[in-house]
Design a protein around this ligand. Sequence first.
Ligand code: HEC
Length: 172
Amino acid sequence: MKRLGVALIVGLLAASPLPVGGQPNSAAPDQTPKASASNEDKPSSYVPGLGEFMGRIQVDHAKLWLAGEARNWELAGYQLSELKEVFSDVQDLVPRYHNIPVGDMIDAIITGTVTELEGAIAVHDFNKFSASFDSLTAACNSCHQAANRGFIVIRRPAQSNFSNQDFSPAAK
Ligand code: HEC
């Protein structure tokens, strides 16, 4: 399912004026300077997008908490698997960001806390869930600090920003 997200992002990149996958881009609006060939000298300008992945990760992180807080373990498990997939997309597509090995850092600091969360969700243990969730949040922040983004501080959501979604478990 997340593959769709990747395809979308790759599609967006292809629709940009930058040369991606050698596709001609006649449909792209011509807002590039005349010397558009100079883009080809800057492959680094097309990979970033890490901030966009992070925006999705922020949503998954919030929804994971809201689901766990509501003891909606099915949704929490789903949300955690979505979060994992986005991190794995980052590893595939943005393994290095401004010389920072984000792919390896994800293995080093995220994978363990995700496994802990999976364990807590499997046994429907809220105390374990909230402790592991805080470890995950600390891992987010430790990478931000290591990546010179220490001003991006993640915390537990205090309330839902998603008034159009009911986080309580569905009546069976
Ligand atoms: C492996 C390193 C790493 C990990 C782990 C990480 N981040 Fe990030 N995050 C970054 C970097 C680097 C940026 C800055 C990206 C940029 O400036 O384009 C960023 C940016 C962000 C942003 C700002 C993007 C925006 O659009 O506002 C948010 C929010 C964010 N991260 C949330 C999270 C959350 C939540 C987690 C944990 C679940 C997390 N990050 C884990 C490296 C990481």
